[in-house]
Ligand binder design. Structure first.
Ligand code: SF4
Length: 417
């Protein structure tokens, strides 16, 4: 029984790929490849189509099923490809009954796409995953969807509105995965700082984090995936000061450093909100590091506005940058705004990446000579609590946490004895 899952995009997709594999196997699929797509950029969709064509050349007999956000937002793009056998929406991909129905893909008159209205989905169940193939850390989904409508973003149309996994189910998930030997758990979702808004009593992410740390004392490391800093509640912020098991690393969905561009993006924070947030956290937890998503070349962005984004690297003290050259997504308001020339977009992305690389280098320089706790991912690779990659000169045991002395770096990762 072989079901392979090719995963694009975010940690939430990675977490869901484990459920997809399990449900497809339970439904009796064999010699099957599921392509779990991402729709964040046009480039991500292009890469998925390219991968599907290559898969068909390599595996002429295999069943190829497409799912994920690109399948949800543009099912026909994949259903009309001769290389594919079927398309499943983002809810259907996690649903046992839908996989049973998908066995009819290819049968005459059977629909080639099972994609329902994602906006009609009201609940998110816990998926009770036992483990993650070949991974030292486990992802636990706590939330799905998003109620915001940032003008550049297609995600709500692929994931629906925000809905949370009940707190008890999340704690059970974490306890089971820790019981299965995982030292690090990553809480994931689409907009995790909106956690709980749809649950009785509207508990916030801070309450969830505190309950996990309280009820799973054997958990060694708890990490958060991307957050919207302006939505971070007080209990969450204080948890960074109170509990060393909460990892000192936050990836922020900042997107830009200019207030007028942030307004045109329909973001909920200002440049100074972002700076104050980082300063506050750094006062409470001096070893914390920040990464951020930043878009280069948003429509109407002038050179001065761009420099405000560039300046955010130093003003927030960012060390890990994910730079996205603006990609107009059909159906979003930003796609209808006056677009910048692509050469300008690419050039600004290059400048952001170059500044980001320098900032990371400065951080890596400062790490040399320190002793750091490293979660070993493979015998030669691991990550510190700050989520910095480490090359281990002495082999380690995958899944184990070890203290190592940092001896150098290669500009991207640390070297440890
Ligand atoms: S908060 Fe904005 S960028 Fe993030 S998923 Fe929601 S709409 Fe997209």
């Amino acid at each position: 029984m072989t079901v392979e899952v090719v995963t694009f995009g975010c940690r939430l997709n990675a977490a869901e790929s484990e459920v997809i594999r399990r449900e497809a196997e339970r439904a009796g699929f064999d010699d099957t490849v599921v392509v779990n797509t991402c729709a964040v950029t046009a480039e991500a969709v292009r890469q998925a189509r390219q991968t599907i064509r290559a898969l068909r050349r390599e595996r002429p007999q295999a069943k190829i099923i497409v799912t994920g956000c690109a399948a949800q937002t543009e099912p026909d793009t994949f259903a009309t490809m001769p290389e594919t056998d079927g398309v499943l929406g983002n809810t259907e991909k996690l649903n046992a009954a839908a996989w049973m129905q998908a066995r009819a893909f290819g049968v005459a008159d059977a629909p080639k796409a099972l994609v329902n209205d994602i906006m009609a989905v009201r609940e998110t169940a816990a998926h009770l995953i036992e483990g993650f193939a070949g991974r030292a850390r486990a992802f636990v989904q706590v939330q799905n969807g998003c109620d915001h409508r940032c003008t550049f973003c297609i995600i709500p149309y692929g994931r629906g509105n925000s809905r949370s996994v009940p707190m008890g189910a999340v704690i059970d998930d974490v306890r089971r995965l820790v019981g299965n030997g995982y030292c690090e758990i990553v809480l994931t979702g689409v907009d995790i700082t909106s956690y709980g808004g749809d649950l009785p009593g509207a508990p916030k992410l801070g309450a969830l984090v505190r309950q996990i740390l309280k009820h799973v004392p054997e958990l060694k490391r708890l990490r958060l995936s991307s957050i919207d800093s302006v939505e971070a509640d007080r209990a969450l912020i204080d948890a960074f000061a109170d509990d060393a098991r909460l990892m000192p690393h936050l990836h922020l969905s900042l997107q830009a450093g200019d207030d007028l561009i942030l307004k045109r993006m329909k973001r909920r924070h200002t440049r100074s909100d972002a700076i104050v947030f980082c300063e506050t956290l750094r006062r409470l937890r001096p070893d914390i590091v920040f990464g951020a998503d930043i878009i280069a070349g948003f429509p109407t962005e002038t050179e001065v506005m761009f420099r405000n984004s560039l300046g955010l690297i130093d003003d927030c003290g960012l060390t890990h940058l994910h730079v996205f050259p603006f990609s107009p997504r059909t159906g979003t308001p930003a796609a209808r705004m006056p677009q910048l020339d692509r050469t300008i977009v690419k050039e600004r992305a290059r400048r952001l990446r170059a500044s980001g690389a320098l900032a990371l280098c400065r951080h890596l320089d400062a790490e040399i000579g320190r002793d750091r706790s490293v979660l070993t991912e493979t015998s030669r690779q691991g990550r510190t609590e700050q989520f910095i990659q480490v090359l281990l000169t002495q082999p380690g045991t995958p899944g184990a946490i070890v203290m190592r002395r940092i001896t150098g770096h290669d500009g991207k990762q640390l070297l440890a004895a």
